[in-house]
Design a protein around this ligand. Structure first.
Ligand code: FMN
Length: 727
């Protein structure tokens, strides 16, 4: 079965029940607080479970005139109804050791009453209950289809909990959170359905037949009830409820509800008159109610609360994903039909973005007066006038065909072309997946072995919808087909944002410079994240470590004589715009828990640390910066930010090393050795060590740190204390 059937089912279920699920979830959030607030009340008495029922009955009989009922709820609060010595009928919580009143019975707050009614029946009585039961079942189905979708996306059950590849924030969190929330969702929905069926008496009733004891002849001789064997052998922890006899008549008896059975007890001599064991139905009812409401367990109530929040998030992220998918899917209105077009473009796409590249080629060909027809791979048929076939296809699942290409292979074998077609295949995929562009490879192979198809260009793979790679391929394709095309950049091409250049320093003696960029739209990022820049004439992205300063991005860049990107950046003037993308790099964020942090950098590796030592949120951490450069003048461009950090007491100490300065030829690792006591103390006190800069520097620094750890702490270096971002 294809992934899309599950996706459509998941979506259809979500759309059809979204409003009700929203209501049930919002009220569920409110209701999750009820058991939590109840549990926090001080009516559960310590060690009450060690008492025997007879002991509590005795205490009650000493304090009150008459006892009507004892009841122990899911919170272990012991409630009793009594007639007091003053002749008043009262119900309250007691301490079972003394039978003294310890609190009034908790009344359901109006907000909980309202939420319960809305949650159970939408204020529509039995119609509402039916709707809620059905919606609960639909949500259960959604959880099941969700499990199938995640399994397919992750490439099998074995990888269910493996790392999720981040395509977009919504889908990443939808899948990541979904993997854990699905279990409580399934429990909530099954129990919800069960409770609805129970309300409509649609479940079989308990068929357990009571075991009866004949009444004994000495019924009229009344024994002391605290001497009844059954009360003396029953612990309070086993009791759910004890009803006292209504009158002294021989027909009246005690009703004792225990966790697993119900007993009728002769009120004169304490013999058990009948015993009804709880059947599967009672057990299921009890568990459904506990699991659905969270009664009696703060932990489970909190899980239920978090699950409700997760459901709200799934609704939001699910709809955002669907809208994006719809927006991406370009609708074609073909000017030519399949039998009059010379160029045929076939598209395989799951989430729609590949269509936009097909549209770019279609528009460019039409602009040149060519006859073009575009369609999906699943609609493959015979094309009477066609001479060229171009296939653009993405890859899904674990190297599988996208949804609209599933039937292509079968069609290719059954449909006969009248003309010979020159074909080219372009694969859209991502290097993050192990089967990079696998389906495009399959299509290319299928065409190679099909009669009536001759290859035009070799297979082109495109990572992450890079427009530049696409443009390069168009150049090759137009050359081999004697065309001159101008393609427009699709909206979904390389996901980049615009940044304004605020400042760029002069290039220093080491050919390095600082550049400050301001995001033009709200963007969340931290020092240590990476800025990805794709220079115009290139297809390989360059990554620069970000220092966050005044909410702007500060980069330290070395200009390489043949480096397209660094040359381009070195020419940028203030107020110009550049397009780039921020890549989260959590493993190099400033540690939140360490009390002391060593920052070690050489050359342009200083950038993230310039941001960290100027971060307003970092207050109670001591920071020590070790930086290595060639000469004193190499350091000059950083001095402003460093002075500011010292002034604001964000930087505790700094040690500079210059490898080409006559008076002091020193590398950063030599400075670490000079300060080995400080370094050892940070390592000993569970501090963090952050390293940014060249890989050669990292290697020497790690060797030095290892040596310090062995000599000073007599243990090997703990890599868990090291964070590095080196290149
Ligand atoms: C769940 C999932 C699975 C994917 N599997 C692969 C894969 O196996 N190989 C690959 O190269 N790309 C894979 N991709 C990346 C897509 O092929 C890529 O993002 C493509 O540009 C999407 O194009 P479309 O929107 O037209 O479907 C996968 C993406 C997702 C979301």
């Amino acid at each position: 079965m294809t992934i899309s059937i599950w996706r459509y089912s998941h979506l259809a279920l979500a759309i059809s029940s979204s409003l009700f699920i929203l209501l049930a979830t919002l009220t569920g959030v409110i209701l999750a607080f009820e058991p939590i607030s109840n549990q926090l009340k001080p009516y559960a008495v310590k060690n009450a479970d060690t008492l025997l029922l007879s002991q509590t009955i005795e205490s009650l009989e000493n304090v009150y005139d008459e006892v009507i009922r004892i009841e122990i709820d899911k919170n272990d609060f012991i409630q009793t109804s009594v007639v007091t010595k003053e002749g008043k009928n009262e119900t309250f919580y007691i301490n079972p050791f003394t039978a003294k009143k310890i609190g009034r019975v908790i009344e359901k707050a109006p907000i909980f009453k309202f939420a319960t009614n809305l949650h159970r029946s939408l204020f529509l009585k039995s119609t509402g209950r039916t709707i809620v039961g059905i919606v609960s079942f639909l949500l259960f189905l959604m959880a099941v289809t969700g499990i199938i979708l995640i399994t397919k996306r992750q490439g099998g059950y074995k990888h269910f909990f493996s790392k999720v590849i981040k395509e977009s924030n919504e889908s990443f969190y939808h899948v990541s959170i979904g993997r854990y929330a699905l279990i409580p969702i399934i429990i909530i929905t099954i129990t919800g359905v069960y409770l609805s069926l129970e309300k409509f008496s649609l479940l079989p009733s308990n068929t357990t037949i009571p075991v009866l004891n004949e009444a004994t002849p000495d019924d009229t001789i009344k024994r002391n009830i605290t001497d009844f064997n059954i009360f003396k052998s029953t612990r309070l922890s086993e009791v759910e409820r004890l009803e006292f006899p209504f009158s002294d008549d021989a027909e009246d008896y005690f009703v004792l509800m225990l966790n697993d059975k119900a007993l009728r007890i002769n009120q004169f001599n304490g013999t058990v008159m009948s015993e009804t064991k709880n059947g599967a139905i009672e057990l299921a009812s009890n568990w459904s109610s506990v699991l659905h409401t969270g009664q009696g367990s703060i932990l489970w109530s909190v899980i239920l609360l978090l699950t409700c929040f997760a459901l709200l998030f799934f609704m939001y992220s699910g709809f955002v994903m669907t809208l994006k998918r719809r927006k991406n899917t370009t609708k074609f209105t073909n000017k030519f039909n399949k039998d009059t077009a010379e160029y045929i473009i076939l598209v395989g796409s799951e989430t729609g973005s590949t269509f936009q590249f097909a549209k770019a080629l279609y528009d460019a060909l039409i602009a040149q007066g060519k006859s073009v027809f575009t369609s999906e791979l699943n609609s493959y048929t015979n094309y009477n006038q066609a001479k060229h076939l171009v296939v653009f296809t993405s890859t899904y699942g674990d190297g599988e065909a996208p949804v609209n290409a599933k039937n292509f292979q079968k069609l290719l074998h059954t449909v006969q072309q009248s003309n010979t077609l020159q074909y080219s295949v372009v694969g859209f995929g991502s290097l993050a997946y192990k089967n990079y562009c696998q389906y495009a490879i399959i299509v290319n192979t299928l065409l190679r072995f099909s009669p009536k198809f001759v290859p035009n260009l070799k297979l082109q793979k495109i990572h992450n919808q890079s427009f530049d790679t696409f443009k390069k391929w168009v150049k090759l394709w137009e050359k081999s087909n004697n065309l001159n095309l101008s393609v427009k950049k699709p909206l979904s091409a390389h996901k980049s944002k615009l940044f304004e250049v605020i400042n760029r320093s002069e290039i220093n003696t080491d050919s390095s410079f600082l550049i400050e960029l301001k995001p033009t739209q709200k963007t969340e990022f931290y020092s240590g994240d990476l800025l990805s820049i794709l220079p115009e004439e290139d297809t390989v992205e360059r990554l620069y470590s970000i220092g966050k300063v005044n909410n702007n991005i500060l980069l330290s860049i070395k200009k390489h004589p043949y480096g397209a990107c660094s040359r381009y950046l070195s020419t940028l003037k203030p107020n110009t715009m550049i397009s780039a993308d921020i890549k989260t790099n959590t493993h190099f964020h400033f540690p939140t828990s360490a009390k002391e942090v060593l920052m070690i950098a050489n050359g342009t590796g200083m950038a993230p640390f310039l941001g960290m030592i100027n971060d307003e949120n970092i207050n109670n951490t001591k920071t020590y910066l070790f930086w290595g450069g060639r000469t004193k003048s190499s350091y000059q461009m950083y001095s402003k930010q460093i002075d500011k950090a010292f002034y604001n007491e964000k930087l505790s100490e700094m040690y500079l090393s210059f490898s080409k300065e006559e008076s002091q030829k020193k590398y950063v690792q030599n400075a670490l050795l000079d300060k080995e006591d400080l370094v050892a103390r940070v390592m000993k006190n569970n501090g963090s060590i952050m390293i940014c800069g060249s890989l050669a520097m990292k290697k020497s620094v790690l060797e030095t740190l290892e040596a310090i750890s062995i000599t000073k702490l007599e243990r090997p270096l703990r890599m868990s204390q090291i964070k590095s971002d080196c290149y």
